[in-house]
Design a protein around this ligand. Structure first.
Ligand code: ZN
Length: 409
């Protein structure tokens, strides 16, 4: 009788992996605490699966169930056996009015459960046919530059990019709205905003002002309340970061931890080159600008084309990248924007780069490799809810598993 026997029974009965069984166990313990009584038990254990898990844990002595006798005469509590009829402190019957007996539970081997779930996480989260790419990247871990997309901010429960600009449809006449929403749904935000600019009275500055207004609504302490991959990205300790995001969450996070505050960079700063690798200040380079400097924000196709064709951004990128490898996180390859971005970025810096993509099939992985030269995929398994949407916290854990593997191996 042990944790291993418990896992064998539970995986067979529930038809889920050992990792997912342990995850459920930890979820229960997280709510009950390591020691809890029958009242807590009734609060927390509500469905059949939890009940099954708890019973199996007890059967296998991973969870120890005992009986606590509260004696009001002596105001003392003591553990008794389930067959005991008399109070050990006053000697009277435990069934009389002066006594209350309650079930009491305590978890054994919690640290063993935690280390086991860590061991199992790579197998659970990393899609096996992409494991070779992760192994490759481990060898290059000293030279990784994370390239961060909007997916990394989703766990903070921010309004998504799409929903953030969707409301701007009201600025246009009804007939223009469907096309605008189609651009948003296909992830083509620059096109959407270009279209908005063309078919409304809003000018570019007003659009930026609206976007700024949306970001400004977000509470400042959100990074510390919600679980996200920002701490993991910090722990990776790259020389610098690149992002297409306008928000400054990563800089905020780094500045709270590091004593020397880092200042985010925009493409305008980078044009007067600084050596981001040598200075090693974990700066965040906002390749499309950020909300504190609205004149740097790239919001329309026109901005984008100017940035990539007329500034010498590509040459500068080549200069700051050196022999580093980009690791794209929080992008979707269905996103037209990312496909274009990848080609534009890598047309000058070339080389091999990596992307973390959720639930990718071998077929799609092959298609992407054919379209994006030099891009190697690290696939992650992320659970979906009943509506078929990714479970955000599972996405965070999957990305964390990849980053921790890079850090620890
Ligand atoms: Zn008693």
């Amino acid at each position: 009788m042990s944790l291993i026997t418990f896992l064998n029974t539970a995986t067979k009965e529930l038809e889920i992996t050992e990792y997912r069984v342990l995850e459920k166990v930890l979820n229960i313990i997280h709510q009950t605490g390591d020691r809890f009584n029958e009242f807590k038990y009734k609060d927390v254990i509500k469905n059949e699966m939890d009940l099954f898990i708890i019973n199996e844990l007890i059967k296998n002595e991973v969870l120890i169930k005992s009986l606590l006798c509260e004696c009001t005469t002596n105001d003392i509590s003591a553990f008794i056996g389930y067959e005991d009829k008399n109070c050990p402190t006053c000697g009277k019957s435990v069934l009389d009015n002066n006594h209350e007996t309650i079930d009491y539970y305590s978890i054994k081997e919690k640290s063993k459960i935690e280390s086991l779930i860590n061991e199992l996480s790579i197998i659970e989260y990393v899609i096996d046919f992409t494991m070779g790419n992760l192994t490759d990247l481990i060898k290059k871990k000293e030279s990784i530059v994370p390239f961060i997309g909007s997916g990394v901010s989703i766990p903070l429960d921010l309004p998504s990019w799409g929903s953030m600009i969707k409301d701007l449809k009201d600025e246009m006449e009804e007939m223009f709205r469907p096309a605008f929403l189609r651009y948003i749904d296909s992830g083509n935000y620059l096109k959407a905003l270009t279209y908005l600019q063309e078919n409304s009275l809003l000018d570019k500055d007003q659009i930026k002002e609206k976007i700024y207004g949306e970001f400004d609504k977000i509470p400042k302490d959100i990074l510390y309340k919600e679980d996200s991959n920002y701490p993991d990205l910090y722990n990776l300790k790259p020389p610098f970061y690149i992002t297409t995001n306008y928000d400054n969450f990563l800089t905020d996070y780094i500045s709270k931890i590091e004593s020397n505050v880092t200042v985010p960079y925009t493409w305008k700063d980078i044009i007067n080159t600084q050596n981001l690798i040598l200075e090693n200040k974990k700066r965040v380079f906002h390749i499309h600008g950020h909300i504190q400097k609205q004149d740097t924000m790239i919001v329309t196709d026109e901005d984008y084309i100017d940035l990539y064709n007329q500034t010498n951004l590509k040459d500068k990128l080549l200069g700051i990248m050196g022999s580093n490898y980009l690791l794209f996180i929080g992008f979707s390859f269905n996103d037209e924007f990312f496909k274009k971005l990848y080609i534009d970025i890598t047309s000058s810096i070339k080389g091999i780069h990596y992307i973390i993509l959720p639930n990718i099939s071998l077929e799609n992985a092959k298609k992407i490799s054919a379209k994006a030269p030099g891009l190697r995929i690290i696939g992650i398994n992320v659970q979906k809810d009943e509506k078929g949407k990714y479970i955000v916290q599972d996405y965070v854990r999957a990305v964390r598993t990849v980053i921790n593997t890079l850090i620890n191996r």
